[in-house]
Design a protein around this ligand. Structure first.
Ligand code: FE2
Length: 233
């Protein structure tokens, strides 16, 4: 199983605050049966250019990988980013530098608002023009804004969808989450874990709720993607 969304790199964003916390989160991830994880710190184009971000990310990764803890040998880690949507991203030359594990897949955080047709078009153009395959981060967060109507259209256009484990864990949303995964409207899972206290690793709890039949579908899709991933050098 793969965790597609996490904030585990130390002092990179609002996630892990130290190498020790990052190591503890990775241990917990492994203990919950997840063998691979994408480290996806926030990338906000208005705050930072990609070079600066990649430099900070490399520094944080170096700190983590050089700590010598053996969990890093037991779990497969890939570097990525949670890229905040922006107009023009589909024509932005450096977008591919922010992809997941230097593959053609990219995790995109959409606006927390009712999406416009232009925004949806821009997202599809990331695929059509930039040649990267968008994975929409934590789909459940956009549903309260009336964006459900776009999901079928996005999936039909080859856009992939990630949901957080919490979508399945919360009794309030579980039914909706299970319906979406059954209909092929959720392809990947992520913990979106930030720390050991308020936003811990909870992937394992969601897996128990989803059950093995539906998980098999997720794992099939994961296999398609994993061959393209590169581990950090
Ligand atoms: Fe996130």
């Amino acid at each position: 199983m793969i965790d597609f969304h996490s904030h585990i790199l130390p002092k990179m964003d609002d996630g892990s605050g130290s190498v020790e916390e990052s190591v503890a989160l990775l241990r917990e991830t492994l203990a919950q049966g997840v063998e691979r994880i994408f480290l996806t710190p926030h990338f906000y184009p208005k705050r930072e250019d990609p070079e600066e971000f990649l430099h900070r990310r490399a520094h944080a990764a170096e700190k983590l990988f050089s700590c010598g803890d053996d969990v890093l040998k037991r779990i497969q880690v890939y570097l990525g980013a949670e890229v905040a949507f922006f107009y023009g991203m589909s024509r932005y030359e450096e977008l591919n530098k922010l992809s997941l594990g230097r593959s053609q897949y990219i995790l995109i955080e959409m606006p927390f608002d009712r999406w416009t047709q232009e925004e949806v078009r821009e997202l599809i153009d990331v695929k059509e023009v930039a040649g990267l395959i968008p994975i929409v981060a934590h789909i459940e967060r956009y549903l309260p804004f009336g964006n459900k109507k776009y999901i079928d259209y996005l999936v039909l256009n080859g856009i992939l969808i990630q949901s957080n484990a919490e979508f399945f864990i919360s009794k309030r949303t579980r039914h909706k989450a299970l319906r979406m995964i059954k209909k092929g409207r959720i392809h990947f899972l992520g913990s979106d874990c930030h720390n050991l206290s308020a936003r811990p690793q909870n992937y394992g709890e969601a897996v128990k709720i989803i059950g093995s039949d539906l998980l098999r579908k997720v794992e099939e899709k994961e296999k398609e993607i994993i061959t393209y991933m590169k581990r950090p050098q």
